[in-house]
Design a protein around this ligand. Structure first.
Ligand SMILES: NCc1[nH]cc(CCC(=O)O)c1CC(=O)O
Length: 309
């Protein structure tokens, strides 16, 4: 009998694109494999009118997919790594982290081509406290407006004239063929990305040896090392993708260079830290950067946001 892998995925265009890309790569490596998409709706897809930071829960975009795997209705789930909580349920693990797409935040506008060109009191759409914090630090006059929904509907809201500019992950725009909407990828110095941004991960049951073996060729070691360091930073800060926390790692020779930040959402103060450590131990580096940020005053920010450290 031919083996079938069932992929649990959300129905948003980006989620479907990513699931289909995994299906395509799996079939490339295993021509006889059958791959099916099992679409599911998550809490994050239902609650569209509330800023994510206010809903507060972690794993809003992944929980139903995980339940599907634990109940045997699917074999794997494909996620944007940025949306994957730091702690996974018992019995599941991240089997694969795929090669990273452009990790930057994209500046998207129909009227200007950069942050500096935005008129005074311009309206900028984003639902990310991390993006907001870094934008407002540089441009305190800017009015941040909430922007939720999938990539396509966010672009439609910009075109509708609701905003002077919006900030989205470059990776999602590139994958969906909207690369031409990106005025520029904002430098990581100006807008430090979220942990895991631009990387796709595949989760499955830890004990499913056959599926883990079939997935293995899709793993990218270099991306995984970077994402592990970024996620270790987030884990120590107890952040999720909804906190005003950034983390971005690059590889330099045999080392990892990790930049992290945490800031007040009004941009009044951002604490930053960069450290370098061996590629063999991304976790320790992530924790060291997190400890430094907490000691500088990041603990106060987390306390004000109601996040336990
Ligand atoms: N939180 C939603 C989300 N999760 C992953 C991406 C983009 C794709 C990626 O980071 O791989 C996006 C959209 C966005 O932030 O614009």
């Amino acid at each position: 009998m031919t083996k079938t892998i069932r992929i649990a995925t959300r129905k948003s265009p980006l989620a479907l694109w990513q699931a289909e890309e995994v299906a395509r790569q799996l079939k490339l490596h295993h021509p006889d494999l059958e791959v099916q998409l099992v679409t599911m709706t998550t809490q994050g897809d239902i609650i569209l009118d509330t800023p994510l930071a206010k809903i507060g829960g972690k794993g809003l975009f992944v929980k139903e997919l995980e339940t599907g795997m634990l109940e045997g209705r699917a074999d794997i789930a494909v996620h944007s790594m940025k949306d994957v909580p730091m702690q996974l349920p018992d019995g599941l693990h991240l089997s694969v982290i795929m090669q990273r797409e452009d990790p930057t935040d994209a500046f998207v506008s129909n009227t200007v081509s950069s942050l500096d060109e935005l008129p005074q009191y311009a309206k900028v759409g984003t639902c990310s406290l991390r993006r907001q914090t870094q934008l407002v630090e540089k441009r305190p006059d800017i009015k941040i407006l909430n922007l939720r929904g999938n990539v396509n509907s966010r672009l439609a809201k910009l075109d509708n004239g609701d905003y002077d500019a919006i900030i989205l992950a470059s990776a999602g725009l590139i994958r969906l063929g909207f690369e031409d909407r990106i005025k520029h990828g904002i430098s990581v110095e100006q807008s430090l990305p979220a942990a895991g941004q631009g990387a796709v991960g595949i989760e499955c049951r830890s004990d499913d040896e056959e599926v883990n073996a079939l997935l293995a060729p899709l793993h990218d070691d270099k991306t995984a090392t970077r994402v592990y360091a970024e996620r270790a930073l987030n884990t120590r800060l107890n952040g999720g993708c909804q906190a005003p926390i950034g983390g971005f790692a690059t590889l330099q020779g045999n080392d990892i260079h990790l930049s992290g930040l945490i800031g007040f959402p009004d941009g009044s103060k951002i604490y930053r830290c960069e450290k370098t450590g061996p590629q063999a131990d991304p976790e320790s580096l992530g924790i060291a950067v997190a400890e430094d940020l907490l000691a500088q005053g990041g603990d106060e920010i987390l306390k004000q946001l109601g996040i336990d450290t």
